[in-house]
Design a binder for this molecule. Structure first.
Ligand code: F6R
Length: 606
């Protein structure tokens, strides 16, 4: 995790670096720092805490220099402190790093023997000393030699006090892009950091190195050979990465869901009014003979995967196995030729997901990525990609990207089901029509925000929250509970409603909030029995159900109604209600919604 940024040009570097870091704070925010070359020396500015502490201590307009690197940290090695924050310095070299250097403990004594003195607890300091060790006046050569000894994942930005006009960087298994401007160039962990200045970028591959001057960008492969790359033109604009008047990114992003679902759905409907899987035609061609489908992800993406399982098994009757990427990668999975694997990742950079994907490929499965980031590692390594067109998601808690992941799975699942004869023409048309209505129906959920806000204001103090549901409401409960955990720091658990009596009921006490998801109407009577079991034990029941569901209203203390759709697609509507509920609980509690404690958006370490 962590975010890095670099600038070389004619303007003052510090304000550009700080602005860029602001856009990367979602990647980590326990300390920050910049290194700026003032023409003679490289000066270092660091502070523990949020970026604003650094900005207050060192007003960027007062920091002179047109070349610099910056870093916002999510601590992995060594506590958040000024000493451990980046940039790290060795002699005339300054380094910022995103990722983990796995062999730093082996390299450290070797470097100490050579006389290098370590002052921090970080793995990064090894990289700084290593570059310094190999530095004989040629920065690129030193970096290349250092990289050859480093194991793990890293994106490094490096300066030397000897070169007031040059920045070098390398990418290995941690994201890094190069921004191309007029008389200025940039590096960054992610596009929003530089979008204000340019939409032209190079997407670096593993092992690529770059030497930047204000008028020159030279790209090299890991062997040090010059390479050329296509310029990637970013289609979304800076506004999409700004709050645009909303109090937080999270609520802005939830409110973008109708557009996101529309953008994910419409390009997949062809001129004959049918779903087109042309982007994943190899996978689609396997439909008839597909032995098994695996769906893999982490966190929210895992919860989306679980929803995919319920939907695809129900409609296409193809066996689906769902796994946490962190488990799949090590459990010697029984996956091979004839199997397909869908890998879900908003960022496309999650370390566990990438490793799991490589494992599936190695074992012969066809791998399809559902991801939101064009050119991300997952997108580049998958056999085929089905993009979610959700635009940049900045808030740490995933909302609109989750909705888009569900939409992607429902499109793929519906088409798959039709191809294998799981549903007939009439059912197919009904499902397609129902999906087309979803964006407008999500808007109606959003329009009902006052009601959700009111319940959140009444219930925000609950210490324990159960989310219960049956069928597809079960994976929806998992995702809804995760939102509350992440941003409200409230103990929330998801249970299959039928499981309550097998243990969890013992936890129930007066005041426990039970959120009952009731979109699976075929199972409503069963869920209602479980709700009554909770009510008789003095729990407070908040229901989420489709309009007209009288039983749900009668059995709940309070019930949030969502528009009526097919049961199987209703989770897309209920998810938005649950996201809003978590958001307003966090606001009531006065918490930092977009940057919850201990978390970071892009988990590029194990
Ligand atoms: C939860 C959340 C995380 C991510 C998980 C996977 O709100 O954001 O649980 O879903 O870290 O991230 P991606 O989808 O980028 O692979």
């Amino acid at each position: 995790m962590c975010g890095i940024v670099g600038y070389v040009g004619e303007r003052n570097a510090a304000p550009i670096l700080m602005k860029g870091l602001e856009k990367l704070e979602y990647r980590g925010y326990d300390s920050a720092g910049i290194a700026v070359h003032d023409g003679k020396n490289v000066n270092i500015y660091k502070a523990k805490g949020r970026l604003k502490v650094l900005e207050e201590r060192y007003p960027p307009s007062e920091v002179a220099g047109v070349l610099g690197i910056g870093h916002t940290r999510w601590a992995t090695h060594g506590e958040p402190s000024e000493l451990n924050s980046h940039p790290h310095v060795s002699g005339r070299i300054a380094v910022v790093h995103n990722g983990i250097i796995e062999n730093y403990q082996r390299l450290k004594p070797w470097l100490e023997e050579k006389g290098f003195n370590f002052i921090s607890e970080t793995d990064t300091e090894v990289a700084a000393h290593l570059v310094n060790h190999f530095y004989e006046g040629n920065l690129l050569r030193a970096l290349k030699k250092a990289v050859a000894l480093l194991e793990g994942s890293f994106a490094l930005g490096v300066l030397s006090a000897d070169y007031p006009d040059t920045l070098v960087a390398v990418r290995k298994a941690s994201p890094l892009i190069v921004g191309i401007g007029d008389n200025e160039n940039f590096i960054a962990s992610d596009i929003p950091a530089i979008l204000e200045h340019t939409r032209k970028v190079y997407l670096l591959d593993d092992g690529d190195m770059v030497v930047l001057k204000k008028n020159d960008v030279r790209l090299y492969n890991s062997l040090g050979e010059r390479i050329r790359k296509e310029i990637f033109h970013v289609t979304w604009d800076a506004d999409m990465a700004e709050k645009g008047g909303w109090a937080h990114f999270m609520v802005k992003e939830i409110n973008e869901t109708p557009k996101v679902l529309h953008d994910t759905l419409l390009p997949r409907i062809d001129e004959n009014g049918r779903f087109s899987l042309s982007e994943i035609s190899g996978f689609a061609a396997m439909a008839g003979g597909l032995r098994r489908l695996f769906i893999i992800g982490c966190g929210t993406a895992y919860n989306a995967a679980m929803m995919g399982k319920y939907f695809i098994e129900r409609t296409a009757r193809i066996p689906v196995e769902v796994d946490y990427a962190s488990e799949f990668r090590y459990r010697k999975p029984l996956i091979g030729r004839g199997d397909a694997c869908i890998v879900i990742s908003q960022s496309g950079e999650t370390a566990d997901t990438l490793a799991a994907m490589r494992e599936a490929k190695k074992r012969g499965a066809r791998v399809v990525a559902i991801t939101n980031v064009v050119g991300s590692s997952v997108a580049r390594e998958a056999d085929e990609v089905f993009y979610t067109w959700a635009g940049p998601e900045i808030a740490v808690a995933s909302t609109k990207a989750y909705s888009a992941q569900l939409m992607a799975l429902f499109i793929i699942g519906t088409e798959l089901a039709f191809r294998v004869g799981g549903i007939d023409e009439e059912q197919y048309s009904a499902m397609l029509s129902a999906l087309i209505k979803i964006p407008e129906q999500v808007q109606r959920v959003l329009d009902n925000v006052a009601r959700i806000q009111q319940v959140a204001a009444e219930r925000f103090n609950a210490k324990n929250v159960f989310y219960i549901g049956r069928g597809m409401d079960c994976p929806l409960s998992m995702e809804s509970a995760l939102k509350l955990k992440e941003i409200c720091y409230t103990h929330a658990e998801a249970f299959a409603a039928g499981e309550l009596k097998h243990g969890p009921l013992a936890l129930l006490e007066r005041g426990t909030l039970v959120v009952s998801l009731m979109t699976e109407e075929a199972l409503i009577d069963k869920t209602i029995s479980n709700m009554i079991e909770c009510r008789t034990r003095s729990a407070y029941i908040l229901g989420i159900a489709m309009e007209g569901n009288i039983k749900a209203v009668e059995t709940s203390d309070e019930c949030i109604m969502i528009p009526r759709t097919m049961d199987c697609f209703a989770p897309m509507l209920a998810a938005v209600a649950a996201q809003l509920f978590a958001y307003y609980v966090a606001v009531q509690k006065g918490l930092d919604v977009d940057k919850p404690r201990n978390l970071a958006k892009s988990v590029t370490v194990e």
